[in-house]
Design a protein around this ligand. Sequence first.
Ligand code: PLP
Length: 423
Amino acid sequence: MANDRGYGFATWTSFIEESQIRALLKFSVKYYFAGGKPGIIPTDIFADIMADLSVKYKENPAMALDDLNYGPTGGQTWFLKTLAKRLCDVRKIPINCEDEWDRVSITNGSQQALYALLDTLIDPGDVILTPSPAYLGFLVPAVKLGARVITIPTDNEGIIPEFVERAIHLSKINFGKTPDLLYVVPDSDNPKGTTLSMKRRRALFDICENHNILLLEDSAYAEIQFKPNPKPIKTLDKENTRVAYLGTSSKEAAVLRVGYSVLPVNVREQVLKDKGYLDLCTTTLVQRILDEYYRKYIDQAMKVGIPLYKKRYEAMAKAMDEFFPDGTRTDPTGGFFIWWQSAKPDFDSSEFMQRVAIPNELLYVPGGPFYPITGYTVSSNGKELETSVPEPNTMRLGFSYASPEIISEGIERLGKLLSTELG
Ligand SMILES: Cc1ncc(COP(=O)(O)O)c(C=O)c1O
């Protein structure tokens, strides 16, 4: 495709837009409820780690030379061992952390793992399954790579397994293909904030086993939980053949761009091959910093951080219940987000944000981008595939970044503006 300068841009550039969340980062407002930005980062701990490291590097230039150098694509051995131990001890992932630490790999954020997984699994026309709505950082690359996305209805417990069964059946009938991938965020999903029960986790695992589908378990919010959660789906995958398990340091440590994963062996090989060409390797220095954090500090940091996130959630939920007009909200037990849907189907939260919210110093993410720009969904009777259409009367409200006081004030303001608009 030629543009006015004659450059032949790839076709995808004409139909994929800048990430809506990235686009919203440029607005600076008083009441920020948009991106999933952590507002509670143990900065003291990271300052101490970096101070200690600078002393160590002065004393030991050979270590400094290694840490400031290229490293293995899948991550440094010492860091993978640390992550393996935490995944065994805390998340109960079924690997032997003494001698199976090499099942863990790291990527530049879990975003890179999502992209590389899609990149290595999807040929144009292949089918993938996601919840409706779903994390846009997964949806958009899927569409970019030519996947046919079938979105699955969700309720207050997340994706509904019976509809997954129907979608697989309908994919075979309509496209002659079994889906390659089912994507879920089981703990406090992005964007709805819902958590899958153990019954549903087991049902999804069984469905993927029966139909030979890779289950992509994105556990971005697994550590940010206000009460104990069901075990990861990965705990059911004793042979490490069915579930690609992703975690990230972004929400539970700091945004140093390190994601970690436990992938079936053949999937891991392909993902690391891809990563080798995407970025060669992840910066060793950040692995060193995070290695210290995961070995010594994470428990104390979570003990402080989680109750603070819970307070923010409570402030948001309370103000929504008091000041929002008719509609429904989700009731998350962790994570960063509440999802709200107006009772009025013709309300357009995106238009309202530009016209009313931003001039009033308020930012959220309108619900539209969490639906694929082209794709299908399973009809409510489960009998056919329909074109997927966004629900414009929805919004994702993030409680992770602003203080409880700002949240109470801002949600009251937003609720009153919405009430004026919607009567
Ligand atoms: C569900 C989910 N997965 C993955 C990511 C990407 O995280 P990162 O690339 O920072 O590890 C995010 C970020 O918000 C997310 O919400």
